[in-house]
Design a protein around this ligand. Structure first.
Ligand SMILES: Cc1ncc(COP(=O)(O)O)c(C=O)c1O
Length: 441
């Protein structure tokens, strides 16, 4: 009989792993309302700090280390190929070995510090971020921990289409939508109506500012209203998990727009409202293919012990899904964040995007395309949307734009999404001329 063969009929009924029970006990003891928000999977997950990982850590300083699952040279450096190494100036130890499932510790600390710097009104403590393999993965970690099949996920109707794949296909959420805009402003009333329909229950709300596809971030006064509505919902006898998809954080082009993450006003709002901030380097630092995102927790009354327990559960999900995020990408980011020219480089790139944004505003200001389309409110991010006049078929226009005008846009319902982030300012007028001509012909 094989050493590893298992008779499935004699397997014991799975019980909660002691490490999951330990983390659950801490969360239940210090923050009972937050414990109730965890999904069944979220309660069961744990970071396996014993087993291979624990034994490897314990043997780290040994001379004859035969624990780690990588290959080393005779001098104990990570084995690597010269053809790759010649492309990199980083030390091999920062490139080739696995990173921890929690992420590189120095990067986690740096990202936490950056969150605090970018959100000066944030006064409540937050967890140490967990590093994920991109922001999509961070969104998925949030789903794993907090969404059970059948749970409601409330999201604006103008939203990234991947949410349904992540949250409905993978975690079984029922996505319910509120209007994004009413009378050219963020539709806070619609959000409030949606929340009041699930009064007294657990609900998960997802905000994405700057928004994909509309390119909108609420104004400061709109944020005050959003926070009021969330406070009311958190205190209505139910509980609210707020997932913040801050993928496009910092790319804001107008005065009066809220410049911080909603984390700042929400992190100390209510013992019944937990914030799961999802963000990353992807869009902010222009490293789409590096695959580095973060999950960070905030909420009133969270203790250091609960932060550690939630971090260990999130790292457990990372371990169970992708094992760990790319080490080389984490090292590159860490070096960039400590570079003396980083801030100036970021300002320069933001200026390019702002110029393109302003060009879009100028081109549309004249009103010359009003017969064919009008812009939805936009003030930030990579995108803006135009709503086509009634009778026009967005997908047909999109196809015509490719075939006859050498122009690519995305069709979403009766909207066209324009990524001005990837069009030089000098070409923006032509882009809208082409859209108008395709609508007219
Ligand atoms: C709103 C939003 N969130 C998350 C992501 C995913 O980011 P990543 O490429 O890091 O997974 C995107 C990418 O398009 C996005 O538009």
């Amino acid at each position: 009989m094989s050493l590893f063969s298992i008779d499935p009929y004699s397997l014991p009924v799975p019980t909660l792993h002691p490490l999951a029970a330990e983390a659950n006990d801490v969360i239940r003891r210090d923050c009972p309302a937050f414990f109730d928000m965890l999904s069944a999977k979220g309660r069961e997950i744990y970071f396996p700090r014993f087993g291979i990982l624990g034994q490897t850590a314990e043997a780290k300083a040994t001379k004859l280390n035969a624990t780690i699952g990588i290959a080393t040279e005779d001098n104990r450096q990570p084995m690597h190929l010269a053809s790759m190494d010649q492309l990199l100036t980083l030390p091999p130890s920062e490139v080739y070995p696995y990173a921890s499932s929690f992420g590189v510790q120095a990067l986690r600390e740096m990202w936490q510090r950056l969150i605090c710097e970018k959100n000066p009104s944030l006064t409540a403590p937050i967890s140490l971020p967990i590093v994920t393999s991109g922001i999509t993965h961070a969104l998925s970690v949030a789903g794993y921990l907090f969404i059970d099949p059948g749970d409601e996920l409330i999201v604006a109707d103008c939203c990234w289409d991947n949410y349904s794949l992540i949250y409905t296909n993978v975690y079984g959420a029922e996505i319910v939508m509120h209007d994004t805009f009413r009378d050219g402003r963020f539709a806070v009333e619609s959000l409030q109506q949606r929340l009041s329909k699930s009064k007294g229950k657990k609900r998960v709300v997802l905000f994405n500012f700057p928004n994909n596809p509309a390119g909108y971030t609420p104004l400061k006064e709109e944020v005050v209203k959003i926070v009021d509505v969330l406070r009311e919902s958190a205190e209505d006898g139910g509980s609210t998990v707020v997932i913040l998809d801050d993928a496009y954080f910092g790319l804001v082009y107008e005065d009066g727009v809220f410049l911080e993450s909603l984390l700042a006003p929400l992190a100390n709002l209510s013992e019944h409202l937990l914030v799961v901030k999802v963000d990353g380097a992807t869009k902010e630092d222009y490293v789409w293919g590096h695959r580095i995102g973060f999950v960070t927790f905030g909420g009133k009354g969270l203790t250091e012990a609960v932060f550690r327990a939630l971090e260990s559960k999130a790292a457990g999900v990372v371990r169970a899904t992708v094992s760990n995020a790319p080490h080389v990408s984490q090292s590159l980011l860490l070096h960039a964040y400590t570079s003396p020219t980083y801030a100036e480089e970021k300002r320069a790139k933001l200026a390019i995007l702002r110029e393109r944004y302003q060009r879009v505003c100028e081109v549309l200001e004249s009103g010359k395309y009003d017969a064919h389309f009008h812009a939805l409110p936009f003030n930030s991010g990579y995108f803006m949307c135009v709503q086509l006049r009634e009778g026009l078929d967005a997908d047909a226009i999109r196809k015509k734009l490719i075939a006859e005008y050498d122009t690519g846009v995305i069709a979403l319902g009766n909207l066209l999404r324009v990524a001005f982030s990837s069009v030089p300012a000098k070409d923006i007028e032509q882009l809208f001329e082409n859209i108008a001509s395709a609508c007219a012909s």
